[in-house]
Design a protein around this ligand. Sequence first.
Ligand SMILES: NC(=O)c1ccc[n+]([C@@H]2O[C@H](COP(=O)([O-])OP(=O)(O)OC[C@H]3O[C@@H](n4cnc5c(N)ncnc54)[C@H](OP(=O)(O)O)[C@@H]3O)[C@@H](O)[C@H]2O)c1
Length: 354
Amino acid sequence: MKATPLLIYGAYGYTGELIVAEALRRGLRPILSGRNRRALERVAPGVGLEIRAVDLDDESGLRKALDGVTAVLHAAGPFTTTSKPMGRACLEVGVHYLDITGEIPVFEKLAALDTRARDRGVMLLPGTGFDVVPSDCLAAHLKRRLPSGTRLELAIGSDGGGLSRGTTRTMLRHLGRGGIERVAGHLVPAPVGSRRRTVDFGSGPRKAISIPWGDLSTAYHSIGASDIVVFAAYPALMREVATRVHWFGPVLGTMPVQAALHWAVGVFLPPGPSAETRATARSHVWGRLSDAEGQSVSARIAGPEGYALTAVTAVDMAIRALAGEARPGFWTPSRLLGPDYPLSLPGFDREDLS
Ligand SMILES: NC(=O)c1ccc[n+]([C@@H]2O[C@H](COP(=O)([O-])OP(=O)(O)OC[C@H]3O[C@@H](n4cnc5c(N)ncnc54)[C@H](OP(=O)(O)O)[C@@H]3O)[C@@H](O)[C@H]2O)c1
């Protein structure tokens, strides 16, 4: 059977495999890619999908791997390392680029390529997973309700759930660098946890701390919010550790410490949440948008567990790109598909708050 012109890079990572399974469920026959051929051969055994093993450092090999491809769904992170070579190859060859990053520098770098992408007729659509689809669309929904709103607060949380090794490693990469806020349109350093608030996702108040989350970049591009803070509702111990970790910033960023932490992640953590957790946990986003007059609107959205959600939204967006909905340039999920996009998918509920 003919392959779908969709290449999934990082197909044998924890999230990559979920994405491949979802693509098959949606009737696609994606091309599987990544740097390790043996690992690729273990994904979807017996299904006979085409495999294109290539290292991201191999520029000509990567261009060759994109032959006949319409869109790439990039699932190999940390994207601060992996998005540049893949993005460059997509722009050179004229292939749409989608990824599941949540990393602020990646959004910013891809946004800076907007003009080039338009010239090349290529769509750059990062953040097609939990970070940032529901939060970005919630921000756009709030903006629709309060067009004068410029100050955005978002909070993320979950009931159940957990982190994959890959997400933990990506977070470790950024550990020593501290937090970020958007103030008067600019991204400025601010310690993680420098702000605290209580959030109600619908099951009572939860304590949350400020964190550097992708919406600090994307909500600026999506709704022009000039001041943005993103909070995460963590358990007490995690809140305290996250808030104090910058004390060790310079040490945490060194190669030996990073290597030791990455090793520990591989040894002590499971690859990601179990199938049962993915089926039962829920993810949450709460948001409030305010304007200079003191008016504000709030809403919250709940969806499937974060990794299950990521597979569903990323594949759905890739299908839309293949079906001709791709638009050249840099896009955020809400700008491309509108504030109500998550509600078109199973398992999402949104509620406006008074
Ligand atoms: N935004 C969101 O909501 C969201 C949701 C899920 C995941 N993510 C992100 O997606 C990434 C993957 O997560 P995961 O849970 O799937 O992690 P994982 O299980 O550790 O998988 C990581 C994958 O990336 C590949 N990879 C890493 N560095 C590479 C490089 N330099 N060149 C080529 N391949 C490379 C790995 O291949 P090797 O084994 O060969 O190293 C592996 O296939 C993480 O950055 C995570 O934060 C984001």
